[in-house]
Write a protein that binds this ligand. Structure first.
Ligand code: ARG
Length: 493
């Protein structure tokens, strides 16, 4: 039976009728529609609309509907998930099923179901994101943990003299790599420092999702179609049963608000943005030109034409699929903009972008985490890259500054030394004292010490900097913060 045929003389145009249905996609909301219907039925019993027996029969039918799940085949006579649940309760429990819609409207139901769906997705995505972040923290640990011990003495090895410590560094020491600005080598950093930069992005993503969850966690049920329900329903009890923090405050807003859906997909857009930046950098670092990492075979594919190829398809697809999430965010904005209060059917169009973005990001995160756990770094190559390109120039200038030379002059003097090195095809630590003299620099032993990798790292000794003891601290903090998110198990209906 239709939910609204009484006042019509004729049925809808067949094509229009099918075209306006949402059951092909809102069937996904079935578990939430059932949970919300159970809470409503209990409130109806408390208000005297359902007898004890009627409530029991209704709840048994609703539980059965939840355990059956949405039907395999689409039924063209069913308009939406709300219609499906009501019709199925009637099939299972008889006439009493027609009482279930007393004092409620599909406008408040869809607003509630969608909130419950987004809340459950936030909980799942929180776990996935925290696990992804953990994979970075583990790699950071492997890349430098043993030598993070503070009692370990400094290692005075010139950047260009890798022979003494390349072997030692591979896979176990404070592994170092160049950090880039403008995609040009800028300064050496610990590999762990670089990896932890990504963890910061994911921690912000986690925070944004938690914030969105907090704001969405209010219950529209009891708002009716727009002005509030016509029955004395206990809205606080309904909200509590569905684990919402409180009932919504205004029935007009409650039935038309989709801010939570927009916020959610915006937060996912940033997750996708971070994933795509990560994918891009790893694609670059996996090229023969960089050679910083080895693509895991289980996340790569070959070429049908070129036998030698191993392609970073997992990363490329993550980068590519990010675009779809932005499309969903844009679609949501455009569907919701300019709508007069309160419910308008346009709002039906806000469902699919939410489903699609959640599913997209969740699958991207699963693949990304597997990749990140499997990837191996070529620390030797990273170290080599960090050992050339005058990345100790700033440390050299800092040494002159410590001797009282104004920074601008120090910058100029070291710049001249770099020019000489370029002409002679050597690095700063290889330039002779005599040559430094020509540049106006008295290069003593301490000056050469300032050029060593250890010193270059050590001078970045500020919170958030790349000095090893600072990175160790950041790693500990990041792990603690991630574990807080993993520990948040939100019970969901
Ligand atoms: N399928 C509808 C939606 O998603 C449910 C609400 C229908 N309300 C109405 N007044 N026609 O928006």
């Amino acid at each position: 039976m239709k939910m609204w045929s009484g006042r019509f003389n004729q049925g809808p145009d067949a094509e229009f009728e099918q075209w306006q249905r949402s059951f092909p996609f809102d069937r996904l909301l079935l578990p939430y529609e059932v949970a919300a219907s159970k809470a409503h039925a209990s409130a109806l019993a408390k208000a005297g609309v359902l007898s004890g027996d009627e409530l029991a029969a209704t709840l048994i039918a609703l539980d059965q509907i939840a355990s059956e799940g949405a039907p395999e085949a689409d039924d063209p006579a069913i308009e939406d998930v709300h219609h499906y649940v009501e019709s199925r309760v009637v099939e299972l429990a008889g006439e009493v099923g027609y009482k279930l819609h007393t004092g409620r409207s599909r406008n408040e139901q869809i607003a509630t179901d969608l909130r419950l769906y987004v809340r459950a997705q936030i909980d799942d995505l929180t776990t996935l994101l925290a696990e992804f972040g953990n994979a970075f923290a583990k790699q950071a640990e492997t890349s430098g943990a043993p030598s993070f011990a503070p009692d370990r003495g400094p290692r005075q090895v010139p950047l260009s003299d890798l022979s003494g410590w390349l072997g030692e560094s591979v896979g176990q020491a404070d592994n170092v790599m160049p950090a880039y600005t403008h995609l040009q080598r800028a300064e050496p950093v610990l590999v762990a420092h670089w990896l932890l930069a990504y963890v910061e992005m994911f921690l912000r993503d986690l925070d944004r999702l938690a914030d969105c969850r907090k704001r969405l966690n209010v219950c529209p049920l009891g708002s009716g179609a727009i002005a509030g329900t016509i029955l004395p329903l206990d809205r606080a009890a309904i909200a509590e049963e569905l684990e919402f923090a409180a009932p919504t405050a205004n029935s007009i807003d409650a039935t038309s608000d989709r801010d939570f859906a927009i916020e959610f997909v915006q937060a996912l857009s940033l997750v996708a943005l971070h994933l795509s930046r990560w994918a891009e950098e790893f694609i670059l670092f996996a090229t023969a030109e960089f050679g910083f990492l080895k693509l895991p075979e289980e996340y790569s594919t070959g070429s049908s034409a070129m036998p030698q190829k191993k392609n970073p398809d997992a990363l490329e697809l993550i980068r590519g699929k990010a675009g779809k999430v932005y499309a969903d965010a844009t679609a949501l904005f455009i569907s919701a903009k300019g709508l007069p209060l309160a419910y308008n059917k346009d709002l039906q169009e806000t469902q699919q972008p939410v489903f699609s973005a959640a599913q997209q990001v969740s699958s991207m995160l699963r693949v990304a985490t597997g990749f990140m756990q499997a990837v191996e770094f070529n620390y030797g190559r990273m170290q080599q890259a960090a050992s050339s390109g005058f990345m100790n120039a700033q440390s050299a200038a800092a040494h002159l500054v410590r001797q009282g030379v104004p920074f601008r002059h120090a910058h100029e003097l070291i710049g001249k030394a770099v020019r000489l090195c370029v002409e002679q095809g050597c690095e700063l630590e290889q330039l002779s004292k005599e040559n430094y003299m020509l540049c106006g620099i008295a290069a003593d032993e301490q000056f050469y010490t300032a050029l060593t990798l250890n010193e270059v790292l050590a001078i970045h000794n500020v919170p958030g900097g790349t000095a090893p003891q600072r990175v160790l601290k950041s790693l500990q903090t990041a792990k603690e913060e991630l574990s807080q998110f993993l520990g948040v198990a939100h019970a969901c209906t």
